[in-house]
Ligand binder design. Structure first.
Ligand code: ADP
Ligand code: MG
Length: 346
């Protein structure tokens, strides 16, 4: 049976930019650390693994990169022969058999869509394209263009069949974009791969979204810098300490279009077809990368007030959030109650 709603299991998430690593391996008996920086998923990644010996740590880093690249190959809408690329070219009504990974990511995305009344919607790609073009030409889209794109968008028009692990679109011109969730899921798969390869601890940073694999030696937390929304890249607003889970940041401070002097976020509100109004800078800490990534996008669309209400109404646990809003000199801060426990005191 096809269905587009399913029980949602909320795990957790997180956000931020990676600050640096405390020195490790000073003890003769301590773990050996291997760190490697590389481009993955169109962005900079930095992966660190601790393991009993160098060979194992290096293998764990390599396994994490393989996992990230596999997710990109399966789910990127820019890769023509990825599963999502193929799904996007299939006519409506034709089902595509998916890998367990792509199916899982899509089904989680549909949970978030149902839970947020469509504020999170991975069928938003036609609108994303319209707004990308608008950014390039510096011209707002016409009402007709928006109406035509919106007819191709709608999470309830994407059907999934859990038994057969297939997906099917039901309207002409539908296209999926997993840009708001797949990176976080990739972080989770990379962390699992790293653990399976023998790492005792590790950190995976892809473009500022970070997943950690347990604490560092001596139960030390990893320190992750949260980008200051109104200052140049690399300047941190605060430092978050994590032993488990993930931290992710969404916002329009570094990714936006300017048209007629107004900033438009790359995060859209699929309910209106327009970029999320005043999309703030949102940092989310959660138990895993998928939740951190998706919630950061969702809570950018909803903003602090609607976001808080949704989290409370839905009884969402293990999602701690910090919203940062202008003015740039002294940002207005909204936080969920549990966020502060992760902020480093020094
Ligand atoms: P980043 O890619 O900068 O980490 P996000 O995780 O917030 O940022 O994801 C933004 C991407 O998600 C957009 O580039 C687009 O591909 C997609 N997207 C935009 N708006 C939505 C939305 N409302 N629901 C789901 N996906 C979205
Ligand atoms: Mg996201």
């Amino acid at each position: 049976m096809f269905h587009n709603r399913m029980r949602c299991v909320v795990r957790c998430s997180a956000t931020a930019l990676w600050v640096g690593l405390a020195a490790a391996g000073c003890q003769p008996s301590g773990p050996v650390r291997v760190t490697n920086a590389n481009m993955v998923m169109g962005t900079e990644a930095r992966i660190t693994a601790d393991a009993p010996d160098r060979e194992t740590a290096a293998a764990a880093v390599a396994a994490a990169y393989d996992a990230l690249n596999r997710v990109n190959d399966l789910m990127s809408d820019y890769v023509a022969d990825s599963e999502i690329g193929r799904l996007n070219r299939l006519p409506p009504g034709e089902a595509l058999k998916l890998s367990p990974e792509t199916y899982f990511c899509l089904s989680e995305a549909q949970c978030f869509a149902a839970m947020t009344g469509g504020a999170f919607d991975v069928t938003c790609r036609p609108l994303v394209s319209v707004w990308k073009e608008a950014g390039k030409t510096k011209t707002l889209p016409t009402e007709e263009t928006l109406t035509a794109a919106r007819a191709r968008v709608g999470w309830d028009k994407l059907l999934l069949d859990a038994d057969r692990k297939v997906a099917m679109t039901t309207a002409a011109g539908m296209e999926i974009d997993l840009g708001g969730i797949a990176k976080g899921y990739a972080l989770d798969l990379a962390a699992h791969a790293m653990g399976r390869a023998g790492a005792t601890s590790g950190l995976i940073d892809v473009g500022g979204d970070v997943r950690v694999l347990g604490p560092q030696a001596g139960d030390q937390p990893w320190r992750i810098g949260v980008q200051h929304p109104f200052r140049p890249r690399g300047e941190h607003f605060c430092v978050v300490e994590l032993r488990h889970g993930a931290v992710a940041t969404s916002g329009n401070q570094h990714r936006y279009s300017e048209i007629d002097g107004k900033r438009y976020s790359h995060i859209l509100d699929p309910r209106t077809g327009w970029p999320a109004e005043n999309a703030p800078h949102v940092t989310v800490i959660a138990n895993d990368g998928l939740n951190a990534d998706a919630w950061a996008t969702i809570l950018s669309v909803l903003g602090a007030e609607e976001g808080r209400t949704l989290l409370a109404e839905r009884g969402v646990r293990n999602v701690e959030v910090m919203w940062l809003l202008p003015p740039a000199e002294e940002p207005i801060i909204h936080k969920t109650d549990g966020f502060d426990q992760y902020i480093a005191s020094d």
